[in-house]
Design a protein around this ligand. Structure first.
Ligand code: GUN
Ligand code: ZN
Length: 440
């Protein structure tokens, strides 16, 4: 592959930004360059210096005056829920029964799975999201379709077929044995193929029998390098039902702990109503609490206390995510805008630098992939988003009064969506401008 230089205003985070004036938390180049080769960033810095190292005949994509950031990372989404998003009038358990399980039943048909996987990953790219941790349906073919589509796009994805063997319609159930066998076969076929990573995915304690939870624990023991993703403490009725189903447990977190599902690669969606004991247990294990603001608001689930979790004596590792289709938008910009409001309702403010840290390096650290994604550090994968802060008339007008980088990022977060994503590079190749618009 030939070398490519991207020219623009480069921004990459070095650590958590304490406030909007925390200039030491990021590297920013007003006239920056990124040299891409064989899917990697091989040089980053001032454009003149990067261009000088590139040699003759290199192609340059001039994105000035746009910003170049690491591609956004979505730490929790359900690809089979593209036709669930925007379903009206229910809280979690009713929403699952009324809309989600019937919709996921359609993935019995592999052709449907292939279509939705393709459209889902196209939508991610349109929104500037280059990596997603995704739930597939219970059907093995849905995960095969997802990984195949990700491979075709050369995307770094984390995904797994959900394991669920009770409390749902027959068409979306597996059994402890088939859930284990299918997961095992998918791991063998897809984990580490291209940029795909498999996640052991018991949907949540309510839809897995104790026998299935044992099997999920066995998979975790047999594959200690894999991610585990599930849901935890999202909704009061869910918590009460879990307590009924596992009467011996101290609390909801204890159920997952009991089956060996707490660890540094465990991603727990929602974590809204955790007790202090539960938060301590998650912190001790180094597991991740995934903040899904649009979903938590839409389903009326509650307010995730981001700043408290971050700063408590035993802090939690936190990721941010859309949770499509409980979540209401595919855009991580829209997601952090809603996240800002949730945090405000908890009496805190999230500074704009911290928001963009979260979308990039923060989520990469939470997913334990920061050695390859989430920054513009040479040697990492060339997944990059190009952001246009004046993409709409309203944004352009507001940009007239913007004076600092932090203000510009806040404008992007507050008013931005897919229109602000001018281009996306996946493994060094343009991936948004090359998308079609067909939904066939
Ligand atoms: N808990 C179990 N399954 C789901 C799901 O699909 N979405 C959300 N938001 N919560 C869940
Ligand atoms: Zn979810």
């Amino acid at each position: 592959m030939t070398d490519l230089i991207l020219r623009g205003r480069t921004l990459s985070f070095l650590r958590w930004p304490d406030n909007a004036e925390d200039y030491g938390a990021y590297a920013y180049e007003e006239d920056g360059g990124l040299l891409l080769r064989d899917g990697k960033i091989v040089a980053a810095g001032a454009y003149g210096e990067v261009a000088a190292t590139a040699g003759e005949g290199v192609t340059t994509a001039d994105h000035r005056p746009h910003l170049l950031l690491p591609g956004f990372i979505d730490a929790h989404a359900h690809f089979p829920q593209m036709q669930v998003i925007a379903s009206y009038g229910a809280e979690l358990l009713d929403w699952l029964n009324k809309y989600t399980f019937p919709e996921e039943s359609k993935f019995t048909n592999p052709q449907h799975g292939r279509r939705i996987a393709r459209l889902f990953l196209d939508e991610m790219l349109r929104q500037g999201t280059t990596t997603v941790a995704a739930y597939c349906s219970v059907h093995k073919a849905s995960a095969e379709a997802f990984f195949a589509e990700a491979l075709e796009r050369d995307m770094l994805v984390i995904a797994g077929k959900v394991m669920m063997d009770r409390n749902a319609p027959e068409a979306v159930l597996d059994t402890p044995q088939s859930g284990y066998d299918d997961s095992k076969a998918l791991i063998a076929e897809w984990h580490g193929r291209g940029r795909g990573l498999y996640a052991i995915t018991p949907r949540f304690a309510i839809t897995s029998s104790p026998e299935q939870m044992e099997m999920a624990g066995a998979l975790a023991r047999e594959h200690p390098d894999l991610h585990i993703q599930t849901h935890l403490s999202e909704n009061h009725a869910e918590i009460a039902f879990t307590q009924e189903l596992y009467p011996w447990s101290r609390d909801y977190t204890d159920v997952y702990d009991h089956y060996g599902l707490l660890g540094q690669r465990s991603l727990f969606g929602h974590c809204i109503h955790l007790s202090e004991r539960e938060a301590d247990a998650i912190s001790d294990a180094g597991s991740v609490a995934v903040f899904c603001p649009t979903s938590n608001l839409f389903l009326g689930s509650g307010l995730f206390d981001y700043q408290r979790y971050r700063t408590r004596p035993k802090p939690l590792r936190i990721a941010a995510a859309t949770d499509v289709g409980g979540g209401t938008n595919y855009s991580m910009l829209r997601t952090m805008d809603e996240g800002y409001k949730v945090i405000a309702l908890n009496g805190e403010k999230l500074n704009p630098l911290a928001s963009f840290w979260q979308l990039t390096r923060g989520n990469a650290e939470a997913l334990s992939i920061a050695n390859r994604a989430g920054t513009l550090v040479p040697g990492t994968d060339a997944d990059i988003v190009v952001l246009d802060s004046a993409a709409t008339p309203g944004m352009r007008l507001r940009m007239e009064t913007v004076g600092t980088l932090a203000e510009e990022l806040f404008l992007l977060q507050t008013l931005g969506d897919d229109r602000a994503v001018a281009e996306v590079y996946v493994a060094g190749r343009p991936a948004k401008s090359t998308l079609g618009s067909s939904i066939n």
